[in-house]
Design a protein around this ligand. Sequence first.
Ligand code: T4K
Length: 371
Amino acid sequence: MNDKKIYVTEPSLPPLKEFIPYLEQIWESKWLTNNGPFHQKFEKALCDYLGVKHISVFANGTLALVTALQALKITGEVITTPFSFVATTHALNWNGIKPVFCDIEPETMNLDSEKIESHITPQTTAILPVHVYGNPCNMGKIEKIADIYGLRVIYDAAHAFGVKKNGKTILNHGDLSILSFHATKVFNTFEGGAIISKNEKMKKRIDFLKNFGFAGEVTVVGPGINAKMNEFQAALGLLQLKHINKEIAGRKKIADYYRKELNNINGITVLPEIEGVKHNYSYFPILVNKEEYRNSRDELYNIFKEKNIYVRKYFYPLISEFPTYRGMESAHSDNLPVAFRVSQQILCLPIYPGLESNDLNKIVKIIKEYQ
Ligand code: T4K
């Protein structure tokens, strides 16, 4: 029996020998964390690569989200999507903010901008949309609503490293955007994250908050946290940037192949490509519609599993179905019909440059065979 396991992703790592000189520098300087030289270089290099002006790197994406909400002093209620990784809503919870779930669009699976207004109350202070799978939200509409009602917008861009729309990064939208550099992401520093801010003042405030609130040796300006990125992560990030274009190109090849092969299968939907978007191919989601395909999503998931292929149901269950949130009025399925349908049908297929062509063929063959 073949014991080889295929996962939904495989972390990209630079050749180890390229990392050694970076480690030697850390060992020599003995500067391990707290805004060290690699931390500073990494922030600058990220600004250049991503096309943003101000970035603060973090220990992980969740702490970046929690801190972003603190930095803007968000309170009361925040309108958000249930179709995301649970960290999106947990970040609100950890700040004592009430999440209000709004349904998603069927095409992009992002927050449905047409439905946001109906959730606004006097307590609403912000909107927290997610660029799910790296597909840009309807930012124009979301920000228009935010302007009219005086709301803040924080984008959870954990999946959107390097994504551009009409030649421009999507990370400069809203008040703040957050990134994740987790091992499973297109760009990783083992764990890591970042906040993109629009001006120097805000970056400074965020930098204070991620370091306990310290604004000097004896001055603490707010209830900060320890969310700093260490020198090991920052050095790795700096090196990873040299390989990121190759990583994205490798993923594109896999995505193109899936797209070509899975386009005409009854009951399998591949998300349409969005015009003008330079994608990062962070995930490859398909929808499995049991009415038209011979097997349900869960049946197909199990067929893969039996063959040692570990596809993932990102995002099932919806965040609003977890015990912490399911009692909330906005968590009711009547409020979230599209999100409920999509979460029952979604399946993310393996995508990473090292996915061998015979394994890729096998994945496609299984989907075709069980139709
Ligand atoms: N917002 C959004 C929209 C997010 O998606 C996330 C994280 C966040 C915020 C929070 O950012 P961070 O605080 O994480 O920076 C994974 C990740 O842990 C999580 O970062 C990610 N989203 C989420 C979508 O996926 P799991 O529980 O599915 O991961 P896990 O450990 O099952 O890994 C998936 C597969 O990847 C494994 O089956 C094998 C492979 N893998 C994984 C790891 C960790 C490896 O080959 N090597 C590894 O080191 O959550």
